[in-house]
Structures are given as structure tokens and as C-alpha cells.
Ligand binder design. Structure first.
Ligand SMILES: Cc1ccc([C@@H]2N[C@@H](C)[C@@H](O)[C@H]2O)cc1
Length: 450
């Protein structure tokens, strides 16, 4: 490997308490909210086909018209406690909130720019209200921060001239000041979720970004920062020149998921996911496929089965309402989580051969194993292949632990669990399984001599 000053500073998974808590979240909520929620994907009767929070970049949206929208920002329906309660009822254990998206509008009263909620008709600190409400709900708060800031005069995507470099130095100071300001104002923050760090200008700032990361981590012990924040000596983000993860977990799974444990490179990771195909901010007219409750529950369980967290995005509208589609999803996911969260919270990858009926998860503390079934085989026979000397002793419905399901040993290490729901079920269900591991090497269990 090559010598790097600003590559990965730590190899392997963090094992400290804050990171163990992060690893065990299972389900998170993303909130994308800002002045882009006012146009909601339309301008002067034109439909913007892109992601609503990117409407400023659209040729159909005059820049000065967008940049004056904040003068209308007055979300009278905003109720931080209601949002936090809804997220708690859904079963979210953490929330990632946009403090500032690429447009540069700050949902907190930053003293480093006038382009903030303090100078809107709404005036009040939105981030402060959300941090307080989610903390009170017992949901850990993470702050999304976009390095890209189209509003700041010193922002550049590339550095082409000495003037660019001079102005970018101001931008770097501004960026550092805002991040220190956020952690000072909201010290209960557990981590920062960076975005908009792909610009070449930023990926040339290895030394600055490394120092900034160290400064921020010193402000809040245990602070969690993913792989999207800083470049290494050669401009590589996520993985440094030696292929080592830069940051505490991999942030490469945006609107997509790994399919195997190998895809995760053995790293912690989160998947951030939109309800429509590609809308983070509020778009009043969702087109195309809108994910169903069952699709989202499958993604959630699949993430846990591969040692990741699943973060579902909500895009409140310009008045501060959570739209009806998201409210319904939150309620239905919450209903399922109330009954089945034991198979998700604190659970991760079990190295049993994946089967078509769904996903295995195992609780990291208790070792309890779960099968979440999404595809009931017409045979009603759920195949289970166990490794090594493992013996399957019992299978039971999570919501009926007293009644054992019928087990058939097909041959060594392979079983059928014979089960078909009596009535048609329209939701996945969880089967708990109990095993004994007759492992010769650990000496506790000796295979009977025959
Ligand atoms: C090409 C592209 C740029 C930025 C994004 C931002 N990352 C997501 C988490 C949203 O914030 C989206 O605006 C998505 C795609």
C-alpha cells in the first residue's frame, strides 16, 4: 500500500458505544426540507421532471426567482413534535435532517450568511425545534450538510484561476464556521451526513478536510461521519488510494442496495431511499412508481440482513405538512415494526446460505436467529441450510412463540420448515429459529459416538 497523510485513519469497524448504537438502529428517517418545497417541482405552470430539491438548476427556473423564494417561506403547519412522533411510531431510531442543501438555504439561524430561516417570514430556528423534538422522542439526530453551496460567492465546483482559489479559501472558512456552529448550537448531534462533496474543488482539499474532520470529532466525542465527507491525498472519497474506507461507514448506497455481504466489503453502511423513484425534496406531483409498504419493509429487512441501516426519506411540503402518502407508509411500516422489530433492531448478517423465501437476521447480543419471509413457496416448505455442525431444533412464528412449526430434516444441515399461513397474508412474517451448534472444536458438544 502507498503512504498517505490523509487516507483512512482507522481500519475495520469502530467498536465504541456510539458506533455500536448506530449499527443497531436498523431503521432511520431522512428529512429533506427547504425552500425547494415551495415550488414543489413546478414553476409558472411548468412541471420539473428532475428531483424537486434540484429545481434551481433547471433552465425553466430563473435563478433570482428561486433565490427570493425564502421571502415566502412561512410553514404555518410545521410541527416538529408531530414529525418526531410519526417517526417514532414508524420505528425509526435515528433521523438525518437537511440543515442546508445544495441551494445554501440554512434551516438554522447561521450567523455566517443572511440566507437563513431567520431572514424568512417564519424567522424561527427549524433545526433547533427538530433536534429538541426528536431528542425528546428518543430518536438520535444526525445533521445532513451539503458542501456544495450555490448561494455562497466563494463556492466553486472547480478551481481554474488564482481568483478562484482566493475566493474558495473564503468558502472553506465559511464551511468550517458553519459546521462548528452547528455542533455548538446542537451538541446532542450524534453525527454528520455529508453530501455534495464530489466537486473537484473539494476533492483537492485533503489536508483542509482532514483537519476539519478532526476538529469536528473533537467537539463531540463519538461523532459519526460517513465516507462521503473527505478526499484522500489523491482526491479519492469513500475509499482511499489503498482501497480503505475513509470514515466510519460507507455512504455509497443512495437509492440502491447491496445484494450480498461481499458487496458491503465488510463495512458498516446505510442505504438512503426515496419513496418515488427519485424525489428527496417535496414534489407535488409524483410520477412513476411509488414504493409500497411491503417493498420498503423488504428493503429494511434486507439491509439489516447485510449489516446495514435503512433510511427512508420524507419530503415535507412548503407549509410543513408531511404528505398523505408518507403518513400512510409511516403508519403501515410502524404497524409491522411493532410486531416484528425484534428481527431488525440490533440484528445483522447471519452466515447461512440465502434462500428464496426471504432474509435471515441474527441479534448481535442474544444470538437469536430470525427468518423474515417475503415469498411463501407454493410447497409451503421453507428450505433452511445450516452450516457446520449446526442443528435446527425449533422454529416458531414470532407472534406465536408457543407453537412450534413442523420441522423436517432433509439430510445433514438441511431442513424444511413446513408452514403456510392459514389465511392469505399481505405482509411479510417472521419465524424465530432455535439451534444448537455441536462444534467439535469448542469441546462443549461431542457428536454422539455411534
Ligand atoms: C446526482 C445527484 C446529486 C445530489 C443528490 C442528492 N443526494 C441525496 C441524498 C439528495 O440530497 C439529492 O439531492 C442526488 C443525486
Amino acid at each position: 500500500s502507498v503512504k498517505l497523510e490523509h487516507g483512512a485513519h482507522r481500519l475495520g469497524k469502530r467498536t465504541d458505544k456510539p458506533m455500536q448504537a448506530w449499527r443497531n438502529y436498523g431503521l432511520g428517517q431522512f428529512i429533506h426540507w427547504g425552500v425547494y418545497a415551495i415550488p414543489g417541482g413546478h414553476w409558472e405552470g411548468q412541471y420539473y421532471p428532475g428531483a424537486a430539491e434540484w429545481i434551481r438548476s433547471w433552465k425553466g427556473m430563473p435563478k433570482d426567482a428561486y433565490d427570493n423564494l425564502y421571502k415566502q417561506f412561512n410553514p404555518k403547519k410545521f410541527n416538529a413534535k408531530a414529525w418526531a412522533k410519526q417517526a417514532g411510531d414508524m420505528g425509526a431510531k435515528y433521523v438525518i435532517i437537511t440543515t442546508k442543501h445544495h441551494d445554501g438555504f440554512c434551516l438554522w439561524p447561521s450567523k455566517y450568511t443572511d440566507y437563513t430561516v431567520a431572514n424568512s417570514p417564519y424567522k424561527k430556528d427549524i433545526i433547533g425545534q427538530l433536534v429538541e423534538a426528536y431528542d425528546a422522542e428518543g430518536i438520535d439526530v444526525y445533521l445532513y450538510f451539503s458542501i456544495i453551496d450555490w448561494n455562497h460567492p466563494g463556492y466553486r465546483s472547480t478551481l481554474k484561476s488564482e481568483q478562484d482559489r482566493k475566493e474558495y479559501e473564503e468558502f472553506k472558512k465559511f464551511t468550517r464556521n458553519q459546521l462548528v456552529e452547528l455542533l455548538t448550537l446542537y451538541p446532542s448531534t450524534k453525527g454528520l451526513w455529508f453530501d455534495g462533496s464530489w466537486d473537484k474543488a473539494w476533492t483537492e482539499q485533503a489536508e483542509f478536510a482532514d483537519a476539519l474532520g478532526k476538529e469536528l470529532r473533537e467537539m463531540i466525542p463519538g461523532l459519526i461521519i460517513g465516507s462521503r465527507f473527505r478526499p484522500d491525498d489523491n482526491g479519492n472519497r469513500h475509499f482511499d488510494t489503498n482501497g480503505d474506507l475513509i470514515g466510519d461507514y460507507e455512504q455509497g448506497w443512495e437509492r440502491k442496495m447491496p445484494n450480498t455481504i461481499e458487496d458491503t466489503n465488510g463495512n458498516d453502511w446505510d442505504c438512503v431511499m426515496t419513496v418515488p423513484e427519485n424525489q428527496w425534496g417535496y414534489h407535488s406531483d409524483w410520477k412513476g412508481h411509488v414504493k409500497t409498504t411491503n417493498e420498503l419493509i423488504e428493503m429494511l429487512v434486507k439491509a439489516a440482513s447485510l449489516d446495514g441501516n435503512f433510511v427512508l426519506n420524507f419530503g415535507p411540503d412548503g407549509q410543513g405538512n408531511i404528505r398523505s402518502e408518507e403518513t400512510r407508509l409511516a403508519a403501515e411500516i410502524g404497524e409491522w415494526m411493532k410486531e416484528n422489530n425484534e428481527a431488525v433492531y440490533g440484528c445483522g448478517y447471519l452466515d447461512w446460505e440465502k434462500q428464496d423465501w426471504g432474509y435471515y437476521t441474527v441479534n448481535r447480543e442474544t444470538g437469536k436467529k430470525y427468518m423474515t419471509v417475503f415469498n411463501i413457496p407454493v410447497s409451503g416448505a421453507l428450505r433452511v441450510k445450516v452450516p457446520g455442525k449446526t442443528k435446527l431444533n425449533k422454529a416458531y412464528l414470532l407472534n406465536d412463540p408457543g407453537a412450534s412449526l413442523e420441522l423436517e430434516e432433509i439430510h445433514r444441515n438441511e431442513y424444511f420448515i413446513h408452514y403456510k399461513p392459514a389465511s392469505a397474508t399481505d405482509r411479510p412474517f417472521v419465524i424465530g429459529v432455535e439451534t444448537t451448534d455441536a462444534k467439535i472444536e469448542d469441546g462443549h458438544y461431542q457428536k454422539a459416538k455411534t
